[in-house]
Design a protein around this ligand. Structure first.
Ligand SMILES: Nc1ncnc2c1ncn2[C@@H]1O[C@H](COP(=O)(O)OP(=O)(O)O)[C@@H](O)[C@H]1O
Ligand SMILES: [Mg+2]
Length: 288
């Protein structure tokens, strides 16, 4: 079963004002359980609006949002409960830290959920592990940390609430390549070990190719594609129309194909390209 399903969802900012913006139009999307789903699109395409629909921060003007098969807006007064099921880390969450120590900051969510102190401890340690936060760092004030470390603490705080779906809006934005790898690698390990569902918003094709199982592509408030990486990245023209490029390595593969080297056009990782080229060379050593 899909963990989140959107049926014909539409949303307008500034409704009935002269400045209406149709941020989402007729979105039909199923987020599958246990997967890492990537949401990609150019700036202003509606990614952040879409993920705020997932956990009820924004109520759609039309259509339905189902979480675990249930309409989340059936009882609007209970909407905040959804935020424990769909945990969200907003863009630049490092500005939302407040406690005296990192440990306390991560513990805040689970404590609010009234789980036992023993369980709180377990969750803090587990989330700190996935987010690459050391034991020494747990004792520090969050305000003494670097931007990248603060981001990890904010992420660990949401992870510690143990949501069924973890939604991350641009978790790697502004980090250097190593920081990106560490944070996204930790999220991947979290998914593998916990079996939970994850949604990652990004505008980096390389990151999507490395970490996601399926990719949803947004353009001008519409969902224009949703499929596995192989399918999405083979649609180079459609992506270009949405103002997006395929990963660098896919471009290289396309360039090789243009020179008559017959390797698959749906390669999107460097490892995949290495294997395909090796195979090609084994078949035709004079080909390159
Ligand atoms: N609070 C807001 N008020 C009015 N318009 C908004 C607001 N937030 C976003 N928008 C507009 O909605 C559209 C989608 O924005 P957003 O969901 O933030 O896209 P993305 O995350 O892909 O950059 C854009 O045109 C943006 O300018
Ligand atoms: Mg955004």
């Amino acid at each position: 079963m899909s963990i989140i399903e959107l049926v014909d969802v539409g949303f307008i900012y500034g409704k009935k004002s002269p400045y209406e913006i149709h941020a989402l139009q007729n979105i039909n999307l199923k987020i599958e359980e246990g997967c890492i789903t990537g949401i990609i699109g150019h700036t202003g395409s509606g990614k952040s609006t879409l993920v705020q629909i997932f956990n009820g921060l924004i109520r759609p003007d039309s259509g339905k949002v189902l979480v675990n098969g249930k309409d989340i807006w059936e009882k609007p007064k209970e909407i905040s409960k959804i935020r424990y099921i769909v945990g969200m880390v907003m863009q630049y969450p490092e500005y939302q830290l407040f406690a005296d120590t990192v440990w306390e900051d991560i513990a805040y969510g689970p404590r609010n959920m009234k789980v036992s102190e023993e369980e709180v401890k377990k969750r803090v340690e587990r989330s700190a592990y996935f987010c690459g936060i050391s034991k020494e760092t747990l004792e520090k004030s969050p305000f003494d940390l670097s931007g990248g470390q603060k981001r990890r603490v904010a992420l660990a705080g949401v992870m510690a609430m143990d949501p069924d779906v973890l939604v991350l809006d641009e978790p790697a934005a502004g980090l250097d390549p190593r920081g990106r790898r560490e944070i996204l690698g930790g999220i991947k390990e979290y998914r593998e070990k916990s079996g939970k569902s994850v949604v990652i918003v990004s505008h980096s094709m390389e990151d999507m190719a490395m970490y996601c199982d399926t990719i949803a592509v947004m353009s001008h408030g519409k969902l224009i594609m949703h499929g596995d990486c192989k399918t999405v990245f083979s649609e180079k023209e459609m992506l270009a129309e949405a103002g997006l490029d395929v990963p660098e390595i896919t471009n290289t593969v396309h360039a090789l194909r243009k020179r008559g080297i017959e390797i698959s056009k749906s390669i999107y990782t460097v490892d995949g390209a290495v294997n395909a080229i090796k195979e090609y060379l084994r078949g035709d050593k004079n080909g390159l």
